[in-house]
Every structure is written in structure tokens, then in C-alpha cells.
Design a binder for this molecule. Structure first.
Ligand SMILES: [Zn+2]
Ligand SMILES: [Zn+2]
Length: 145
């Protein structure tokens, strides 16, 4: 059954089979994440379709929106961290160099670090080992680590 509206102690619902509108008492239901669930089966007065579930599409869509917001934020976080300048893990300075002419240290390496975390690094740089060296303290490490 589909929820149309809630009014007083009544739920206005609609049969999903024949679209007949009728009401059930709210005390016969309990709230679920998708709407309501009836304690005992309700029968459509028109087509005799029986159902326990009352789906509140407004609620389902809202839950979906929140999920979308959450994943959007996670993607945004990933982009932000990928664009953050790479720092020397030892002295935190950002004056770095790499042994590869193909990759400039900075945003490209940030992208590599991100790719490495999701397991794409191997395919992305082949067998080449990119070593990043700190110009300040001399510490060096492999890109993507
Ligand atoms: Zn019906
Ligand atoms: Zn350093």
C-alpha cells in the first residue's frame, strides 16, 4: 500500500494494484524506515489485495537524498585530499622533487597518492618507481605511499 497522507489517527493509503484509496488506523501500524508496517494485514476493499506494508515515498526519497548527500561529501573529500600539496612526511616541507620527468611533484603526485589508495597505481604508472625526494631534509619515499 502507498501512503497518501497522515491525518489525525488515520493513514490515508492507496492500493498499489487498483489505486483504490482507503484509510487505516495509525495505532494498528508501527513506523519503519520506509513508512509504516501494519500489525495485521489490511485488505483492499476493491480488489482484495492484502498487504502489511505502507510505503511512504516521501520518506524513502528523503532517505535516498540523504544518502546522495553523504556520498557527494565523500567524493568531495577525496578530491580535496587529492589536490592537497604533498608534504615530506619527516619535516612537512613541500619543496620536493621526483626522479621522473613525467611527473611533476605537486597536484600530479597528489593524484597518484589517491590512485594508489584505491589500487589503481600499478596500472597508472606501470612498473616505474617514482621516488620523491625532500629538498630540505633529503628524505625520500615512493609515490603513492
Ligand atoms: Zn486494490
Ligand atoms: Zn623533509
Amino acid at each position: 500500500m502507498k501512503l497518501i497522507k497522515k491525518e489525525g489517527n488515520l493513514l490515508y493509503i492507496k492500493c498499489m494494484v487498483c489505486d483504490k484509496e482507503f484509510t487505516v488506523k495509525i495505532e494498528d501500524c508501527f513506523v519503519t524506515s520506509e513508512g509504516y508496517e501494519l500489525n495485521k494485514k489490511v485488505k483492499c476493499p476493491d480488489c482484495n489485495q492484502e498487504d502489511f506494508h505502507i510505503v511512504d515515498y516521501g520518506k524513502v526519497l528523503k532517505a535516498f537524498d540523504e544518502y546522495e548527500e553523504d556520498s557527494k561529501r565523500k567524493i568531495q573529500d577525496k578530491i580535496t585530499s587529492a589536490n592537497a600539496p604533498i608534504k615530506c612526511p619527516k619535516c612537512k616541507c613541500t619543496q620536493l622533487t621526483s626522479n621522473s620527468r613525467d611527473f611533476s611533484v605537486g597536484k600530479a603526485v597528489g593524484g597518484l597518492a589517491l590512485a594508489g589508495t584505491v589500487g589503481l597505481l600499478g596500472g597508472f604508472i606501470g612498473n616505474k618507481k617514482i621516488i620523491i625526494t625532500c629538498l630540505k631534509c633529503g628524505y625520500h619515499w615512493k609515490a603513492g605511499k
